[in-house]
Design a protein around this ligand. Structure first.
Ligand SMILES: [Zn+2]
Length: 357
């Protein structure tokens, strides 16, 4: 199986996030993608290739061009603001205020503000996704990684894996957040729709609901979004991911959320996976995009499931049995000692080295 990887992600090194009422080191660190790379690079079942540049157009096919422009200049305008205001204590760009809808309820929409502190709160929805010096370049590279994996499958590979970092599935059309800046899976799915003329299914197995991917395609009938995730009644992102959210307008019925209970075991997970797999099987198209988050693992600091490493190979096998070509993209996963091995198990289960390459 071809693995698309770029070391550009190493430049994205956010220092801290604000969560649980305190600043703390972020778990979304460069070592994540490096653990995955190390687990695959010496294995003859995997061949590494670099990403190719795809430009901004595929990103702007699913994201507000204003978000792309903002992220491109965010770090330099943050630095300019620090110098102009002589702020010596500020670190990465994190908002103190975000544009909560109640602020302007019943009023005209807010135009893009000009002050740097306002702008970061205009374009993000939370305090856990800092913009640091290399964030934009890494986010652009992660999209190119995803699109290069898509190209490989379009050119005949049975499956390809993109080591995307930063991850993407929390970013909706017009905001970043949840450690995500551009929605790699959504950009890839839209690119595949445009290149094949077929509908495309996305299966999201990250521990968290991919609120961004759901939002982008919520009214689209040609892209299925199916997700298993910690129940948003208790887990981030709290406000989306409920079973009642089934899509709207032409997208009605093309959105499936399967919330997972606390303490969910491998067997529970596989039983619930069947529902998502049936939805994918019933949907058209020949390509499946997988948002592969490994933070379901029981020892992951963000997980409250009881999932073991044995799940991942089995899950990969169940997904392969859908007989779609696979564009598999890395999302979350924060338990560094297991991340590489669990990723490899999933990919081997999905057929890496066994003729599905
Ligand atoms: Zn996650």
């Amino acid at each position: 199986m071809k693995v698309v990887y770029s070391e550009t992600h190493l430049g994205h090194r956010p220092e801290l996030e604000v969560q649980f009422g305190v600043p703390k080191p972020t778990p979304e660190v460069p070592a994540r993608a490096e653990e995955v790379r190390r687990a695959l690079v010496g294995d003859p079942r995997f061949t590494f290739v670099p990403p190719t540049e795809h430009g901004r157009d595929p990103i702007e096919a699913v994201h507000d061009p204003g978000l792309v422009r903002y992220l491109e200049g965010a770090w330099s305008e943050w630095q300019d603001w620090r110098r102009a205001e002589n702020v010596t204590t500020a670190g990465d760009a994190i908002p103190d205020t975000v544009l909560h809808p109640a602020l302007r309820e019943g009023m005209e929409p807010m135009a893009e503000p000009t002050a740097p502190l306002a702008r970061v709160g205009y374009w993000t929805f939370e305090t856990m996704s800092p913009v640091s010096a290399g964030t934009y370049e890494a986010a652009r590279s992660a999209v190119d990684v995803a699109l290069t994996a898509a190209d490989l499958v379009l050119s005949g590979e049975g499956a390809a894996f993109g080591v995307c970092r930063p991850p993407g599935h929390h970013s909706p059309r017009s905001a970043f957040g949840g450690y995500c800046y551009f929605n790699n899976a959504a950009v890839a799915a839209e690119y595949l729709v445009r290149h094949t003329g077929e509908p495309v299914a996305i299966l999201d197995v990250d521990f968290h609901h991919g609120n961004g991917t759901q939002q982008i395609f919520y009214r689209r009938g040609d892209v299925l979004y199916a997700s298993l995730h910690g129940d948003p009644a208790r887990e981030y992102p709290y406000f989306t991911g409920f079973a009642e959210e089934v899509g709207a307008g032409p997208g009605w019925g093309a959105n499936l959320n399967v919330p997972l209970p606390r303490g969910c075991t491998d067997q529970d997970y596989l039983r619930l996976l069947t529902r998502a797999a049936e939805a994918v099987a019933a949907f058209g198209g020949s390509i499946l995009v997988v948002s592969l988050g490994l933070d379901t693992f029981g020892l992951d600091p963000l997980s409250d499931l009881a999932v073991t490493s044995a799940l991942y190979g089995e899950m990969g096998g169940r997904v392969a049995s859908l007989r779609r070509r696979l564009v598999v993209l890395l999302e979350g996963g924060y338990h560094l000692p297991s991340l590489g091995a669990n990723t490899r198990s999933w990919l081997v289960g999905a057929g890496a080295g066994a003729g599905r390459d």
